[in-house]
Design a protein around this ligand. Structure first.
Ligand SMILES: CC(C)(COP(=O)(O)OP(=O)(O)OC[C@H]1O[C@@H](n2cnc3c(N)ncnc32)[C@H](O)[C@@H]1OP(=O)(O)O)[C@@H](O)C(=O)NCCC(=O)NCCS
Length: 194
């Protein structure tokens, strides 16, 4: 099933729809929120619609996927997003409007998404964050993900070198398995002690 609606104490996680373009634009236009994400801040509702088509609507056409709008229960308006890729990395990613940071919202959303992908039979998820964005690493840790390695990448499209930390969570007993693709792709790779 693709992006089944999920509920938590404070949140509704659901698909984005065409009616959400203004709310999505508020998330994607903010410089600070998008600093560590692999796209430039958006400048218009038109760009937001294209972003939605490419990164959400097209995903919903697949039999399985997880591309969620994070909404508060009180108004069901998107204030952030949380996604798990169906590519081999099963990359886990999230972002939230700044006004809603420091309330535990992404951790609350992440917990229920992790439960869902586990229930649906994914065997692992991975996530990477820029070493200069440790708050994102904190979310990964709170979800039970563990640090595996770091690597340097000439990051695109912003085109500057970034050290990423790779976290992983395995389900169903594959405890030692490490997703090594980033390690293999980037020659400057290492395990940090922190
Ligand atoms: C990284 C990011 C998603 C974290 O969002 P968040 O909702 O603030 O994160 P959490 O769910 O972990 O919330 C933790 C904070 O809420 C506080 N909190 C308050 N109530 C809480 C509760 N009920 N449960 C848990 N934490 C709670 C915690 O003390 C913690 O405070 P702190 O941030 O001052 O340390 C957010 O900063 C963001 O959108 N950043 C930009 C996008 C980004 O970097 N994405 C990741 C790219 S790899």
């Amino acid at each position: 099933m693709n992006t089944p609606t999920l509920k938590t104490e404070r949140l509704i996680l659901r698909r984005f729809t065409e009616k959400d373009m203004e709310a999505l634009f508020l998330i994607l236009k903010d410089k600070e929120v998008n600093k560590f994400l692999p796209w430039y801040t958006l400048k218009s509702l038109e760009d937001t619609k294209k972003f939605y088509e490419k990164r959400y609507a097209s995903k919903y056409e697949h039999p399985q996927g997880y591309a969620y709008a994070i909404c508060l229960k009180e108004n069901n308006v998107p204030i952030g997003y949380i996604n798990v890729s169906m590519e081999e990395n099963h990359d886990f990613g999230y972002g939230l409007r700044k006004e809603f940071w420091h309330k535990g919202i992404v951790t609350e959303a992440g917990k229920v998404v992790v439960e869902q992908v586990k229930k649906d039979g994914l065997s692992y998820i991975t996530a990477t964050h820029d070493r200069n964005n440790p708050r994102s690493g904190k979310v990964m840790q709170k979800l039970g993900m563990t640090y595996r390695y770091s690597y340097e990448e000439q990051w695109q499209p912003k085109n500057f070198p970034v050290i990423f930390r790779m976290y992983q969570l395995n389900f169903y007993g594959h405890t030692d398995f490490v997703y090594k693709k980033y390690w293999d792709m980037h020659s400057n790779h290492f395990i940090e002690k922190f």
